[in-house]
Design a protein around this ligand. Structure first.
Ligand code: GLN
Ligand code: ZN
Length: 764
């Protein structure tokens, strides 16, 4: 009999119950008791749901009130010193202060830093460690949840983040030191955890070590070996889980770690299956993750069975089956999507459906395919209909992609030449000022958009309202004396959703939320078919905005790679092909904008960097097709159309060549928090085009002061020739309030004027 198990279940609830109650709790609308009860209710519902789906071993400890990495840090008693934690147990108020910071009249403490969990769109809270770090179990949550599960008769498999993954993700505070020097006390802490888990009568503990799918220094590899030898607790079985990729050079090491079972991701790393089978010691259990935990498509069950049958022949009971990774990264339940088209729906599978698929595979393997033939057939039919559906396959789009010529990937002339023409035409001062695109999204704007969506206001009054917002935003920018203006993006709820809704090949669900961080959930669009642009998407708004001013108006587009990386992407063609389709649609938009007289067009690629593959050796290929997609979008621009791009991050060291290769006339980036040192790489590389290093952090309500900005820009000028510098904030202003924005931009413009005085002799 093959054992079925699950690595983790989304905790937010099908109706985002956890989000709602948590936010209510923060606002003081409900008590801690009510929050605990709802959390408990969700756990119960999800455990029972998994048990009913025939899952033999059910993850416990995967639930979290904010983040599982924070939970692990609390369990280990690793609380940043500024919180002055002295108690034995982390209580809920400390827990949420760690996650969100503390700001009462007594004190103000910064929250833990947040960053992306591997290559997913989930964000975890970064553990902070210091040289003298001690560990002391300080969070009973896991143990309490195990008891809770046992009381409900659930066959619990305890879930922990592995010691080396936790340590890898931790950030050193204070004096630098070798993190691995903490390994001995860390092992002791984990041992204590395991002993307590065992004492509760648990047989299996799942320890997640996704870092095994990364490039690891040799010393980390040998430490892994050492740690798992030490973590051997009699009568407690360890399932070591790896996911998000192929083990590659860590394969042999991983197969031989002193654990009882190994889980591999056979979706991202299908190629490793036979190699693992070769290397796996005879007594070890292998868990094969064949259901995609990172995407929303129905599995190919025939294919899965074809792969698994020989594995079952070889391993017998030592074969376990599971999703590829935790289901945290997919929406909860497809069945509640009542508005989705029926055929389209039949192609999809969310967490609940994925468990049913797992169950079907298990039955087919153990009892024979005949037993589940009806279900297998309906799955097969869905897949067949998807592969040929005229609703998603358009030969003219495929032909257009095939006939992309090299000449479509380059601007007509090189930057030097273009820039001269643009300067003449635009006639901007040195240190030209601009913003990144969005202006404050007030409640009123949100209300108008949502009323329009619901059909409560008609199109023409919606357009009127948006136009009046645009003209207001333009006037404000004129009175601030900004040089290059924007229309403010009031019509956009989200920079990807807006374009997805206007492009064909995208579908939007009602409830397909996934957790982004804490109580924040996102509903990524699903790209299901060939993409085309039925009509222009931004031209009317931009034209109207331009008509309100004599200053240049910047058209605002979200780039192809960002649209791709923030969506669920079809799995029946390479991502690069989908990117090309999006790029072609956006290329047409760039062309329409310039034909409408818009001389500056910004193509945001906020998410280009975060899509970098986990393994360095795969970077070149990724950068190759992503830069190509950007160039395909931008290169239709005539010499006198100035292309901007914007990126929400600041680490360019290892990708600077690709960034330069994008050949945007102007790039605006996030730099204010790093004192412009990040520009060193642009300097060292002799980055040839214009740069707008963000001069103040828009994530905080603080108003920058003029001197600060002037200093920052002067630091920038030590690295980049003055005639190629722009002055702008770090990112869009949509989350800020108007009074802050006015004050901050006022300082920014004043600074630019001072800089012009200082650097008078320079001409653009
Ligand atoms: N143009 C977008 C804005 O200003 C860019 C946002 C982003 O980079 N995340 O909102
Ligand atoms: Zn940004």
């Amino acid at each position: 009999m093959s054992t079925l198990h699950n690595l983790g279940f989304p905790r937010i609830g099908a109706d985002r119950e956890l989000k709602k109650i948590t936010e209510d709790f923060w606002q003081g609308k409900v008590t801690e008791q009510e929050l605990r009860e709802t959390s408990q209710g969700l756990r119960k519902r999800h455990w029972e749901l998994q048990a009913n789906a025939g899952i033999d071993l059910i993850p416990v400890g995967d639930f979290s009130n904010y983040d599982q990495v924070l939970d692990m840090s609390c369990l280990l008693g690793v609380i940043p010193e500024r919180f002055n934690f002295k108690e034995d147990e982390v209580n809920l108020s400390t827990y949420f202060s760690l996650a969100r910071g503390l700001n009462d009249n007594k004190q103000s403490l910064a929250a833990c830093e947040m960053t992306k969990w591997f290559d997913t769109n989930y964000h975890y809270l970064v553990p902070e460690i210091h040289k003298e770090q001690k560990f002391k179990l300080s969070f009973n949550k896991l143990f309490d949840e195990i008891k809770e599960a046992h009381e409900l008769g659930i066959n619990a498999k305890a879930v922990l983040i592995g010691p080396l993954t936790w340590l890898w993700l931790a950030k050193i505070k204070g004096e630098e030191f070798d993190k691995l020097r903490l390994i001995t006390p860390l092992i002791e802490a984990y041992k204590e955890i395991l002993i307590r888990i065992k004492a509760l009568g648990v047989e299996w503990v799942q320890i997640d070590e996704p870092i095994l799918c990364l490039d690891l220094p040799i010393i980390w590899k040998s430490t892994l070996e050492y740690v798992y030898r030490k973590l051997n607790i009699p009568n407690l079985n360890i399932l070591l889980t790896t996911y998000f990729g192929d083990l590659e050079d860590n394969l042999s090491l991983t197969c031989n770690l002193a654990v009882d079972a190994l889980h591999i991701d056979a979706v991202r790393g299908i190629g490793q299956l036979h190699k693992v089978l070769d290397k796996l010691p005879d007594n070890k259990i292998l868990s094969v993750g064949l259901i995609d935990g990172r995407n929303v498509w129905r599995s190919n069950l025939d294919e899965a069975l074809k792969i698994l049958k020989p594995v079952q022949d070889k391993l017998g009971d030592r074969l376990w089956i599971a999703p590829s990774c935790s289901l945290l990264h997919v929406p909860v339940d497809l069945s509640i999507e009542t508005n989705l088209d029926k055929e389209l729906k039949s192609w999809l599978s969310f967490a609940v459906q994925k468990l049913d698929e797992l169950n079907l595979i298990g039955k087919a393997l153990d009892e024979g395919e005949e037993v589940v033939e009806v279900s297998l057939k309906s799955s097969r039919d869905a897949l067949n209909s998807r592969s040929v559906s005229p609703r998603i396959h358009f030969s003219n789009i495929k032909t257009r992609v095939k006939s992309i010529k090299d000449s479509m990937l380059s601007r007509n002339n090189e930057f030097k030449y273009r820039s001269e023409i643009q300067h003449k035409f635009l006639n901007l001062p040195t240190f030209p000022t601009t913003t990144i695109g969005s202006f404050p999204q007030t409640n009123e704007i949100r209300f108008v958009r949502s009323e329009y969506k619901k059909g409560n206001i008609n199109e023409s009054s919606y357009i009127e309202k948006m136009k009046s917002e645009i003209s207001h935003v333009v006037k404000e920018q004129e009175s601030l004396d900004l040089d290059v203006l924007v229309h403010g993006e009031a019509e956009r709820n989200d920079m990807v959703e807006y374009f997805g809704e206007l492009l064909s090949g995208f579908v939007f669900t009602q409830y397909a939320w996934v957790q982004s961080y804490g109580s924040r959930c996102v509903k990524p669009p699903i790209i299901y078919g060939d993409i085309y642009r039925p009509k222009a998407m931004t031209v009317d708004w931009t034209k109207y905005a331009q008509s309100c001013t004599d200053r240049p108006m910047k058209g605002m587009l979200t780039g192809p790679v960002t649209i791709l990386n923030w969506s669920f992407v079809r799995d029946d063609q390479p991502r690069s092909t989908t990117a090309e389709q999006i790029a072609l649609a956006l290329r047409d938009e760039v062309n329409d904008l310039q034909n409408a007289g818009i001389k500056i067009i910004q193509i945001d690629e906020a998410a280009l960097r975060e899509g970098l593959p986990l393994r360095k050796k795969d970077w070149a290929e990724y950068l190759d097709w992503t830069v190509r997609a950007f160039r395909l979008t931008a290169s239709v621009a005539a010499d006198d159309t100035q292309i901007h791009t914007h990126m929400c991050y600041s680490e360019f060291n290892d990708i600077i060549e690709a960034i330069a290769d994008m050949d945007a006339d102007v790039i605006t980036i996030e730099t204010s928090r790093s004192d412009m040192e990040l520009l060193d790489v642009f300097d060292d590389f002799n980055y040839p085009n214009d740069i707008g290093p963000g001069v103040y952090d828009i994530h905080s309500p603080n108003i920058p002061d003029t001197e600060q900005i002037v200093n920052l820009m002067n630091k920038a000028a030590e690295r980049i020739p003055v005639e190629r510098l722009w002055v702008n904030p770090d990112c869009g202003l949509k989350t800020r309030q108007w009074p802050e924005v006015i004050e901050a931009l006022n300082c920014m413009v004043k600074s630019a004027k001072q800089l012009r005085e200082q650097h008078k002799t320079v001409v653009r």
